[in-house]
Design a protein around this ligand. Structure first.
Ligand SMILES: *Cc1c(COP(=O)(O)O)cnc(C)c1O
Ligand SMILES: [Zn+2]
Length: 426
């Protein structure tokens, strides 16, 4: 059995310590709880050399993840590519851009597989048989799939207006899917009641402290893939604001452990214009998050009007010297196409938000041409094809004849006749 380096839970507001339990808030001030590690013991237990010999999954960093035994759910999650993106960089007017491509995470093609593998491994340690979540889509997919493979019963609560692919990609795993006629915030409130009433393990409610730690693995992988260096900038999509906080925590931990040289990374947040409570706070210079009552955006996975970690997310951005941007739906779609056409990566709307925010950061001079940028692509475009309906032209249909094809080519003005002849005469 693997060793645990978790001391317990700690309130993020007042610092009061609590034992390892399925509980997500401090009864003193309702502050959210966070996992507290023994970093000296971790430093003594692992080194970069030890990590390098392990399989390329998120669990190679298991000492920095909050389970007591070995992982039992999602053992193959993570290890996604950090893609050098020179063609995208040129389009952006930058020298070095990398895509952290969690659109190909296993098994459900979003970064949520990281948080779910931790949350459900922990749920099994706590002895939960029934698990669940409130979700904007990707979490639903991941909880359903990972619960199925772990033999756990899953209750998944979603806003009823989600993309078809996200609903089908949840039901197929045999999960109980409950669609709510309401916003994510209303779904989330109901789930809090359900979790405590039935005593079930909701990954982003009573298991949230553990769940959230899974996001750190994305940032560890970025640093390791850069040869144990940190980038100048990282651009992170925000829904509840958890991922961005954990990227900051992971970079801090790696410096504390001496795995990377000390460096201040500018951490930038991205939300869609139709639901941008955290971005608005950053731009207005306040730490007060004003909830958005009715989100209206094609980036449904980011449509959380009252983000649980919004206060902390704006703090992380401000302290890092980063910024936040809120691109429009049109900018989101254009950025999805740009990423696909330059780098061959098809991201969902959330990735469009992140890339479009990056474009704004370059345009405003906050990212300079010679700086290294990591853009976090967190979900797969096949799940949000709705967003491209009516944007891409339907393909031309022709009869299966070379003459018809020649006519088509001529009308599009693509290939020169000489080139066509040369091929024909070979
Ligand atoms: C959930 C999600 C995020 C951000 O999640 P946080 O709640 O901010 O941690 C980003 N991208 C995608 C695709 C997501 O599904
Ligand atoms: Zn507290």
């Amino acid at each position: 059995m693997a060793e645990s380096f978790v001391r317990g839970l700690k309130c993020r507001l007042c610092g009061t310590k609590y034992p390892k339990e399925p509980n997500n808030f401090c009864p003193e001030d309702f502050g959210p709880l966070e996992v507290d590690y023994d970093y000296d013991a971790i430093a003594a237990a692992i080194s970069k050399e030890v990590l390098a010999r392990r399989p390329a999954t998120m669990w190679r960093y298991r000492e920095l993840l909050p389970i007591d035994g070995d992982p039992t759910v999602g053992v193959q999650v993570g290890g996604t590519p950090l893609v050098a993106a020179p063609r995208l960089a040129r389009a952006l007017g930058l020298e070095r851009v990398y895509i952290k491509n969690d659109a190909v995470n296993f098994p459900t093609l979003s970064f949520k597989d990281r948080v779910v593998s931790v949350a459900l491994s922990k749920a099994k340690e706590f002895g939960f048989d029934v698990v669940g979540c409130a979700s904007t889509g990707n979490l639903a997919n991941s909880v359903a799939a990972n619960a199925a493979s772990a033999g756990l019963t899953a209750y998944i609560f979603i806003p009823a207006n989600l993309e078809l692919a996200k609903i089908v990609g949840t039901q197929v795993y045999g999960a109980h899917v409950v669609a709510i006629d309401g916003t994510y915030d209303q779904v989330n409130r109901l789930c809090t009641q359900v979790a405590f009433h039935y005593g079930w393990g909701f990954v982003n409610i009573n298991l949230r402290a553990y769940y959230a730690e899974g996001s750190k693995s994305l940032a560890y992988e970025v640093a390791e893939a850069l040869g144990w260096q940190l980038p100048d900038h990282v651009v992170v999509p925000m829904a509840g604001g958890s991922l961005i906080c954990k990227v900051a925590k992971a970079f801090r931990e790696l410096q504390q452990l001496g795995f990377v040289p000390a460096k201040s990374v500018k951490i930038h947040g991205a939300q869609p214009a139709g639901c941008c409570p955290i971005v608005r706070a950053v731009k207005e210079g306040t730490d007060e998050i004003r909830p958005v009552r009715k989100p209206n955006t094609i980036a449904k996975s980011l449509a959380i009007g009252d983000p649980a970690d919004g206060y902390f997310a704006q703090g992380v951005i401000r302290e890092s010297g980063g910024w936040a941007e809120d691109p429009t739906d049109a900018e989101i779609v254009a950025a999805m196409k740009l990423l696909a056409e330059t780098e061959g990566i098809f991201t969902e709307t959330a990735g469009g938000v992140t890339l479009a925010a990056t474009q704004r950061l370059v345009a405003s001079g906050r990212i300079r041409p010679d700086e290294t940028v990591v853009v976090c692509i967190t979900g797969n475009g096949l799940k949000t094809q709705d967003a491209l309906m009516g944007v891409l032209e339907a393909p031309q249909v022709i009869r299966p004849s070379l003459d018809e094809f020649k006519k088509l080519i001529a009308s599009e003005g693509h290939a020169s006749p000489q080139a066509a002849e040369a091929v024909g005469s070979r």
